[in-house]
Design a protein around this ligand. Structure first.
Ligand code: CAA
Ligand code: FAD
Length: 391
């Protein structure tokens, strides 16, 4: 299959607009967000104002109706200056995706508009203390009792936990059936019996709130179950197929941002009587960084195109699952390598907080871990690469 990944005129214009907005309004806040570790509500407002918060959600629910590649451009451009802020857009998309994939028309009409318009934050609650990479090991229980389910259990590391009004929670309705016993529920973030546990003190993306959520007999009306009982695991996997490109875009943006500031620094910084950028050994490192970034970008844009074509409502093909995982794997590996080299090329200045590259290196690390660690991406890629793409 031959395909080109040139951006359309419309996508270029959008990219320019977001780039300018990020430079003017997001970049000046990035260091402070990192330093204080406070969730940047002003960025939520900014992204609402510019229609970015729900940019990849359908227009009929108040979203921007953008294709996945355009959504990725938004995340990339914001991450180029502030990874925490880019996660606001990506996490909102993640929280909405199970509803887009598996919600019935009534559920979509009810839950999506406030998320798409950024009136409420959303969250996706899959991970548990004993079920991280092994998401099929979900222990949170959902027991049907009359017209509602009662949820009991603990979720950990939930982005927007304690802030989100709408949570999609995965819980087992039938533990004997293993992964086929997991179901998905839309849960009100303020439901009685739901409490916020520890809020994590993190290495990077420090302005994003990552929290433990305890469910103690939380009542969830039956009509807030997404799909049938037992559909939950597939809904979670299909969601991640469609959202891992967003994390790849975050990683790519971090890489590009690190390269931007490194080139600028090396052009100004003089040693041995001339700008450091004139040293061939440094030029070669910059050439490698640029090459890795561009290769990652091409893979991501292709992945976004492949995943977009599949839409929300169909089961993922092996190709969709594989491309999504490959983009996340490659872009995050690039981000870690490029940001580590950026710190190196800043010398001692790279190691201190007055310069942005140490933050970028800390922020890059999470992209190799969340939405499935890179070991898990490799497992997913392998399972979906052989003829027939058996999982
Ligand atoms: N689409 C549809 N169905 C899928 C699927 C997909 N992509 N992947 C698997 N399935 C189906 C399988 O076909 C199988 O169903 P059948 O038996 O009917 O065929 C069923 O699901 C079980 O699949 P597996 O046997 O492959 O399951 P597994 O237990 O071996 O492992 C895994 C699956 C890929 C390792 C999965 O557990 C996984 O992705 N783990 C990582 C978890 C993760 O990514 N968490 C992210 C949390 S969100 C987050 O982190 C957010 C953030 O940062 C902001
Ligand atoms: P483990 O599963 O304990 O893995 C430990 C190590 O073992 C890893 O290196 C892993 O790759 C490796 N490993 C595990 N299994 C295998 C295997 N089969 N083969 C080879 N290596 C393996 N989760 C949500 O549900 N929602 C969120 O919003 C969310 N946001 C997050 C935000 C942050 C900041 C963080 C840190 C995490 C977030 N997570 C979220 C959880 C994240 O997805 C998990 O941390 C991740 O999937 C890994 O699970 P774990 O931490 O339990 O690691």
């Amino acid at each position: 299959m031959t395909e080109t990944y040139e951006l359309s005129e419309e996508q270029r214009l959008f990219q320019d607009t977001v780039r300018r907005l990020a430079k003017e309004r997001v970049e000046p806040r990035a260091a402070e967000i990192d330093r204080t570790g406070e969730f940047p509500w002003d960025m939520v407002e900014l992204f609402r104002e510019y229609g970015l918060i729900g940019v990849g959600m359908p227009e009929e629910y108040g979203g921007g109706g953008a294709d996945l590649l355009t959504f990725c451009l938004a995340v990339e451009e914001v991450a180029r200056v502030c990874a925490t802020s880019s996660l606001i857009i990506a996490a909102q998309h993640l929280g909405a995706m199970p509803i887009l994939i598996a919600g019935n028309p009534e559920q979509k009409r009810r839950f999506l508009p406030p998320i798409a318009q950024g009136e409420q934050l959303a969250a996706f609650a899959l991970t548990e203390p004993e079920a991280g990479s092994d998401a099929g090991g979900t222990r949170t229980r959902a027991v049907l009792d009359g017209d509602s389910y009662r949820l009991t259990g603990t979720k950990v590391f939930i982005t927007n936990g304690g802030l989100a009004k709408t949570l999609v929670v995965f819980a087992s309705t039938n533990p004997e059936r293993g992964v086929k016993g997991i179901s998905a529920f839309v849960v009100d973030g303020q439901a009685s019996g739901l409490s916020v546990g520890r809020i994590e003190d993190k290495m990077g993306i420090r302005g994003s709130q990552t929290a433990m959520l305890n469910f103690d007999d939380v009542r969830v009306p039956r009509d807030q179950r997404l799909g049938e009982e037992g559909d939950g695991f597939k809904i979670a996997m299909r969601t991640l197929d469609r959202t891992r490109p967003g994390i790849a875009a975050q990683a790519l943006g971090i890489s590009q941002g690190a390269l931007d500031v490194t080139v600028e620094h090396l052009t100004q910084r003089r040693q041995f009587g001339r700008p450091l950028i004139e040293q061939e050994a440094i030029q070669f490192m910059l050439a490698d960084m640029q090459t890795q970034i561009e290769a990652s970008r091409q893979l991501l844009y292709r992945a976004a195109t492949v995943v977009e074509r599949a839409g929300f409502e169909t089961e993922s093909s092996a190709e969709v699952t594989r491309y999504s995982a490959m983009a996340k794997l490659m872009c995050s590996e690039t981000a870690m390598r490029v940001t580590t080299d950026a710190v190196q090329l800043f010398g001692g200045y790279g190691y201190i907080r007055d310069y942005p590259v140490e933050r970028m290196m800390r922020d890059a690390k999470i992209t190799q871990i969340y939405e499935g660690t890179n070991q898990i991406q490799r497992l997913v890629i392998f399972r979906n690469m052989l003829q027939g793409g058996s999982r």
